[in-house]
Design a protein around this ligand. Structure first.
Ligand code: ADP
Ligand code: MG
Length: 467
């Protein structure tokens, strides 16, 4: 039960959230506020610093991996035999006009694990001489459609405002939106043409529209750069090539920002595929380009947890810091050490489903298997499909009580918080030109909820506070 005072603060917070444009569409088309929390997640200065420092190294890793087509092909081609979506993506390679300029806008997501776990030296935190453990566990790094730069920046304004009215504690300042917009403007200006625009590739029915709209608006307000928003099908129907440039409604598209194209649902029609092909055939700067999108695949994440593979891309020191944040990941046919002796990872996970998450090569939430769905899925799977999945150790995140406000209703629940760090990196032919951490995302959800989609209503936007 909320107290009277709490009820009033919640009303005030909801109204202000709407004022700041923290909005989302409900399935019936009505607008509501994006889910948010009124209990910032407390983090130690050391964890915060490590997470922030690692951002640019992870961006650099993604740039280097994206430059190594043979490596991507080695691990992704076998999967494409049973995964038509991945095959379609790999096939785009032939049509791609290689851009020397790369712009990566990524978000690297972590949980903090419970204290007793972080202190007991997990087998996943391979330390190689360095015995200090880390509480950070990477969930995944998003190289495509890293969402929420606008909504989370607005939430930070809301939380700051409530703090100034003595209704909340002080939060860690956060504004990833500004740097993301600045990076887009810089890339567009670099492309050369004064009158060129940004193309935002959108899904046909986008419930998270306001996160995109806020970004488009700032790009216009600050730089007078226009954004055109189109689905892949519309891009095929309305787009054309002129001297290698992508042209839409008479305007030259300098930069194409994907907020779609990461799921087979976005390619239901053959026109949508042709839309992607048109983009690939042009010289527009793609955020992300195809190899960078592929570098963010879960199979690539899994193979990079192997120290001997990781060390080909980063220095020894950075590799050690990365490894401490990795949860154990396996291919299904891998033979692993278990308390029952050496077993196939799939057999062990089928017996211990609560210890794992089973993941296909998909983005955007709702695709993973948890708990008892794991043995069911494993037994349904055709043998040739197995390569398309990876097993990841389930991260037991630290819990904390949090007030969660969803669609006008507030509840206090035992929750877990996933922290993402946004990174922006410019590179030219794989040589990094600028690289920075630009802020964070926190998504807080009830501890018993497996997936974490904000717009699906599971997770609530949140801020950090210093412990
Ligand atoms: P997607 O690309 O669909 O976002 P993720 O790997 O980020 O896939 O998984 C979606 C959500 O599932 C995460 O935000 C997190 O809440 C949960 N999740 C994923 N991996 C793990 C894990 N190893 N342990 C615990 N929860 C996880
Ligand atoms: Mg994710």
């Amino acid at each position: 039960m909320q107290t009277q005072v709490q009820n009033e603060s919640i009303e005030i917070a909801i109204e202000r959230a709407k004022l700041y444009g923290m909005l989302k569409y409900l399935p019936d088309g009505r607008l509501t506020h994006a889910p948010f929390s009124l209990s910032p997640y407390s983090i130690s200065a050391a964890d915060m610093q490590e997470m922030t420092e690692l951002t640019s190294y992870f961006s650099e890793l993604m740039i280097h991996v994206s430059q190594d087509w043979a490596f991507l092909d080695q691990y992704l081609s076998p999967i494409s035999e049973s995964d038509p979506f991945l095959k379609m993506l790999l096939d785009q390679r032939e049509r791609e006009v290689t851009q020397s300029k790369q712009l990566l806008v990524q978000r690297n997501d972590f949980f903090l694990i419970r204290d007793e776990l972080s202190n007991c030296g997990q087998d996943s935190s391979s330390s190689d001489g360095d015995t200090s453990a880390s509480a950070l566990r990477q969930v995944e790094l998003n190289t495509v459609s890293a969402s929420f730069p606008f909504l989370i920046t607005q939430l930070s304004r809301l939380h700051q405002n409530l703090f100034e009215q003595n209704m909340m504690e002080q939060i860690v300042p956060n504004n990833p939106l500004g740097p993301v917009v600045d990076a887009f403007a810089k890339a567009i200006q670099h492309y050369g043409s004064t009158d060129s625009i940004m193309l935002l590739v959108s899904q046909p029915a986008e419930s998270n529209r306001f996160d995109q709209l806020g970004l488009e608006q700032l790009l216009w307000d600050k730089y007078k750069i226009q954004t055109m928003r189109k689905t892949l099908t519309e891009i095929y129907e309305n787009g054309s090539l002129r001297e290698g440039h992508l042209i839409l409604a008479g305007k030259l598209v300098a930069l194409t920002y994907y907020r779609a194209g990461y799921t087979p649902d976005d390619f239901r029609t053959s026109e949508a595929l042709k839309g992607r092909q048109l983009i690939e055939a042009s010289s527009t700067i793609q955020v992300p380009d195809l190899p960078m999108q592929l570098a963010g695949m879960k199979k690539i994440q899994q193979v990079l947890t192997r120290p001997e593979i990781l060390s080909a891309f980063v220095s020894k020191e950075i590799s050690q810091r990365f490894l401490k944040t990795f949860a154990a990941m396996h291919s299904l046919d891998e033979i692993i050490e278990t308390p029952d002796g050496e077993l196939r990872a799939s057999a062990w996970a089928a017996k211990n489903p609560d210890k794992y998450v089973l993941k296909p090569q998909r983005e955007g939430g709702g695709n993973n298997y948890f708990g008892r769905d794991i043995p069911i899925k494993l037994s349904d799977m055709q043998p040739e499909e197995q390569v398309a999945y990876v097993l990841m150790e389930k991260i037991e995140a630290e819990t904390h009580p949090a007030i969660l406000v969803v669609n006008g209703n507030a509840e206090t629940l035992t929750s877990v918080s996933e922290i993402g760090r946004y990174g922006i990196c410019f590179a030219d032919n794989g040589v990094v030109e600028s690289n920075e951490d630009v802020g964070y995302l926190v998504r807080t959800k009830a501890e018993n909820v497996n997936e974490g989609g904000v717009c699906a209503g599971f997770a609530c936007l949140n801020s950090l506070t210093k412990a």
